[in-house]
Design a protein around this ligand. Structure first.
Ligand SMILES: [Zn+2]
Length: 461
């Protein structure tokens, strides 16, 4: 239980910080000096800079000396200071080993305990924000933000919204339509038939703390009933999801593979295309016109996908995986030719240890395919823009920007050994997936992890 052991250590770091700031009424100030700054967008580092944090926000970014008499000073020793990383597509509550096993055997404790451990693991990997793409409601964020458990900022989607037989229909084979399931009782997945159901369950998600809605528009590989080519959801149903989201000033993310699915989602007003494997330049033009975003799990392009136990042990899944990968082969060249705003996506369902490895491998592939600068932007500012689409009154973190180092942004900060724009491995990559060694609780090269002005890791001394 190495993750539990670290909870005690983290509480201690946070405890010291609180005591120090209690001595006077002003918010605590932390001054990073002697750092090279990756601001989340620029291709070059701001060299030998300083960053002043006041309370939970960044107050000053400068290459001049900042005079603050009472600040706690952290000499960065020439290391790189970056925004905290942003995961734009995770499922913190889904522990696996399979969707049917979770439907048949899991209780709220199983999901809650797994989500708690996943949240801590993500933060210790340097992710200060996670957008959850289905299966978790607002309770996890409540526990994290109240300091009951340690984790990143959490943007929940509530229950997956899925048609009968769609990608989030996890019911037993003989289960009649409309029957309650384990997932529906816990509001982790809901089956919709018609716009009224979309209104009902969409509004229920937002009532339960979702910050955006997730619509399952295509099928998948390991799920039971859905060809990956499925076009699920009528125009009216997808528009209904967009309508409900807009009532709350927020947006819809759609699980979409085929071009037909992606184009109709964008036309309906969906702002975040998930996976988008049939991406091409025509899609790019429409995405850029609409201001939409894409997140893609690049592990789907790895030949190792066919070795994933959930894929290889299930003949129908293996067949689907082979046919899917054959049609995705132009994704990377198309993305290079016609770039769109792309955020980081791991999409891991499984144990904490397996997801730790998958995150590191996803980072590694991003750098292999797109290089370090694009990968850093993907991990930081693009994710920050994307989660901010939840809007002024639904966004749980509306006081500052996320994913950038600039004045007024949230103080979500990493201090990293080396320069990730030259050697991306310092972000904590791993070049193996299923045959990888277990990974450390936190990459050694990430020396400081600060979220919301609080330090959760500091190995400088
Ligand atoms: Zn997903």
């Amino acid at each position: 239980m190495r993750f539990l052991a670290s909870v005690a250590g983290l509480a201690l770091v946070a405890g010291i910080a609180t005591t120090a700031s209690a001595q006077d009424d002003r918010p605590r100030q932390v001054l990073f000096t002697n750092v090279n700054i990756f601001d989340g967008v620029s291709e070059t580092l701001i060299e030998n800079g300083s960053v002043l944090v006041e309370g939970n926000l960044i107050k000053t970014v400068s290459t001049e000396a900042i005079e603050v008499p009472n600040a706690e000073v952290i000499d960065g020793g020439g290391r790189t200071l970056t925004p905290g990383f942003i995961e734009a597509h995770a499922h913190l509550a889904l522990m696996g080993p399979s969707l049917s096993a979770m439907e048949a055997n899991s209780t709220w404790e199983d999901f809650g305990i797994h989500a708690t451990r996943m949240a801590e693991m993500y933060l210790m990997q340097g992710f200060t924000t996670v957008r959850d793409a289905g299966g978790a409601n607002g309770g996890l964020r409540r526990a994290i933000d109240a300091g009951q458990i340690v984790g990143p900022r959490h943007y929940a989607s509530g229950a997956f919204i899925s048609t009968r037989g769609g990608h989030a229909d996890f019911a037993n084979f003989t289960s009649p339509p409309g029957t309650d399931t384990n997932f529906s009782r816990l509001n982790m997945a809901q089956e919709v038939s018609g716009v009224d159901d979309v209104y009902l369950f969409g509004r229920n998600n937002l009532r339960m703390g979702a910050t955006q809605l997730k619509f399952m528009q295509s099928g998948g590989v390991v799920s039971a009933f859905d060809p990956w080519q499925l076009l699920a959801g009528s125009k009216e149903e997808i528009e209904a999801a967009v309508q409900v989201a807009s009532e709350y000033g927020t947006y819809v993310m759609a699980h979409s593979y085929r071009k037909e699915a992606i184009m109709s989602a964008l036309e309906a007003g969906v702002m975040s295309i998930e996976h988008g494997f049939h991406f091409d330049c025509e899609i790019a033009a429409l995405m850029n016109e609409k201001g939409a975003y894409l997140t893609t799990n690049l592990t789907a392009f790895d030949p190792g996908l066919l070795d994933v136990p959930a894929v290889k042990n299930q003949p129908s899944s293996l067949r689907k995986a082979i046919s899917a990968s054959a049609t995705f082969e132009n994704y990377i060249p198309n993305m290079k030719e016609c770039p769109v705003k792309r955020a980081f996506q791991t999409d891991c369902v499984g144990s904490v240890e397996a997801c730790n490895i998958q995150i590191a491998y996803e980072k590694y592939l991003g750098n292999e395919f797109f290089g370090p600068y694009t990968s850093m932007v993907t991990l930081t500012s693009t994710g920050g823009e994307l989660v901010a689409l939840s809007g002024d009154f639904t966004n749980p973190y509306p006081e500052g920007k996320l994913g950038v180092i600039e004045e007024g942004a949230y103080a979500d900060i990493l201090l990293i050994d080396g320069n990730p724009l030259e050697d991306f491995s310092v972000t904590g990559t791993g070049d193996k997936w299923f045959d990888a060694e277990p990974r450390p609780e936190s990459p050694e090269t990430i020396r400081i992890i600060m979220k919301d002005g609080e330090i959760y890791k500091n190995t400088l001394n």
